[in-house]
Design a protein around this ligand. Structure first.
Ligand code: ZN
Length: 307
């Protein structure tokens, strides 16, 4: 039994409309679901992905009044999006035009454009030839230029050796390269099958706005209960399997302090909206009453030329 790469990355952000403007309009990553936080109806839970929500998702919890966090150990450090190499210059210019500073560098022979989102989350666009074309085009990004999906991420573990053990001995990742500072790990050859792990823990991360809340790894639909058992046997303390409507999930904090989720691939984001209208209406989870949506500020996906 092996996990199947990155399912989604969930972060805490500040203002909801600013978040929508950044991910849906600047990055042109499609809003594929607009719902309420399953555990807190006063908060949105926004999902962004490729045109049909089949590649890695970014999900955000806009929490206007919470303190700023600090990115550091015990957290996911960088979320990496895949991009075709011919589109690097387009994105460099596009981000600059929106007033976003980028830095270009290469690690493990992978060319990247590094930048922060408006709340301080660390993001990268990484050159890749993997993944299906993202058919989405919006706000000046044609589908040929679009971000393809979540490509990889960098983990800042407080105990890198123990995290490495979990990834390789329990989840099925292989080390495919390393340098003095990082391991490069792979679980499969498709988009989202790569992880990087920092060998030395950076300063302690503090949860809050601008930090990643958790990273979710995909698992087979019929294996989630087996994973629950396997993790328990290995000494972790997974939650019970929870119904997240679009997938079934369990959560556990790994030894390096990072919150991991294992999530089934199905039933997926198309269960309550068709492909054409994904993300357009506010979906109220079944255990909340309809009128509770009134607690939230209006947000909209809109064309913008500045942030
Ligand atoms: Zn999640």
């Amino acid at each position: 039994m092996k996990t199947k790469g990155i399912h989604h990355i969930s972060s805490m952000v500040g203002d909801a409309q600013q978040d929508v403007d950044f991910y849906a309009s600047v990055l042109a990553y499609r809003m594929v679901k607009k719902t309420l936080n399953y555990d807190d109806k006063t908060m949105y839970h926004l999902y962004y992905g490729n045109h049909d929500a089949t590649s890695g998702l970014v999900t955000t919890f806009p929490m206007n009044f919470t303190h700023q966090g600090i990115v550091g150990s015990g957290q996911l450090g960088i979320a990496g999006f895949g991009l075709r190499s011919e589109n690097f210059d387009f994105w460099k210019k596009r981000l600059k035009d929106f007033g976003i500073e980028t830095e270009e560098y290469t690690r493990f022979n992978r060319r990247r454009l590094s930048f922060d989102d408006p709340d301080g989350l660390e993001l990268e666009l990484i050159e890749t030839d993997k993944g299906q074309k993202n058919e989405w085009s919006f706000n000046g990004v044609e589908s040929d230029q679009a971000i393809i999906g979540i490509e990889s991420s960098l983990l800042y573990s407080k105990k890198p050796r123990e995290t490495l053990y979990l990834l390789t001995e329990i989840m099925g990742y292989e080390i495919i390269n390393e340098n003095p500072d990082y391991y490069l790990l792979k679980i499969h050859d498709e988009l989202g099958g790569i992880l990087e792990l920092a060998k030395r823990a950076p300063g302690r991360g503090i949860p809050g706005v601008g930090t990643v809340h958790h990273i979710a790894f995909a698992v087979e639909n019929d294996e989630i209960e087996d994973w629950h058992e396997k993790l328990k046997m290995a000494g972790y303390r997974p939650t019970e399997v929870k119904n997240r409507n679009y997938f079934q999930s369990l959560y556990f904090r790994e030894s390096g302090g990072i919150l991991f989720e294992f999530a089934t691939e199905g039933p997926g984001m198309l269960i309550d909206e068709d492909l054409e209208n994904l993300g357009e209406k506010l979906i109220t989870p079944p255990h909340f009453r309809e009128e509770e949506r009134a607690l939230l500020p209006e947000i909209q996906v809109r064309t913008i030329d500045e942030l």
